[in-house]
Design a protein around this ligand. Structure first.
Ligand SMILES: [Zn+2]
Length: 198
């Protein structure tokens, strides 16, 4: 194997990149400016060297605590619980949520041997106990693992505080531009359960 083959091999390990795309990217890098390849190489090293997880919320960050945890403009009474740091980026892009986050680092999955101790649940409880948290939005994925995790956390939080914390789960329903006829039964059932007043 020459270096080009090795590059293609490595690129094809990236999520969503098949062998064909990997070759296309490798040939593009070969053909393009040297400076681009240099910047890209430095970039790859930098993210591994400089990005760490925020000690409060678990978000990826260059500074600890992260920008969201230290932002005085954010609602400090609200925590949105997500599975991964990438989910924070997705929710931030909506511009609909202005509170804090908590990354669990995965979801409960007995089959894969992932139990409550493998997730940052204890840390979440710590934050809720120590700070004046009034709302918790559980934004785990709508998968069996995500649902199990949401229920598990909800149970713990309900038993934890006598004072009322508003506990919510992201509404699930029909995608924008979707069609009732082609919506699966479970999604439609959820959409009916989570219907909104007009
Ligand atoms: Zn943070």
């Amino acid at each position: 194997m020459n270096v080009l083959d090795i590059l293609i091999e490595n690129l094809s390990k990236l999520p969503g990149i098949g062998r064909k795309s990997a070759s296309r990217i490798a040939y593009y890098i070969l053909k393009t400016d040297r400076s681009f390849a240099d910047v890209l190489a430095d970039n790859l090293k930098d993210v591994k060297n400089k990005i760490r997880t925020c000690s409060i919320c678990g978000n990826y960050t260059e500074t600890d605590p992260c920008n969201i945890c230290t932002d005085p403009g954010r609602d400090r009474h609200s925590i949105c619980v997500v599975e991964t740091p990438k989910d924070i980026l997705t929710i931030e892009a909506t511009n609909e949520y202005h509170g804090l986050y908590h990354v669990l680092s995965g979801a409960l999955s007995p089959i894969d041997g992932i139990g409550p101790k493998d997730l940052k649940i204890k840390e979440l409880i710590g934050r809720v106990s120590e700070h004046d948290i009034r709302e918790i939005i559980i934004a785990t994925n709508p998968t069996i693992e995500g649902e199990t995790t949401a229920q598990y956390i909800a149970e713990i939080l309900k038993n934890l505080k006598s004072t009322a914390i508003t506990l919510t789960r992201l509404a699930l329903g029909i995608p924008v531009g979707g069609d009732l006829e082609y919506t699966d039964r479970l999604t439609l059932a959820r959409a009916i359960q989570g219907r909104n007043r007009l």
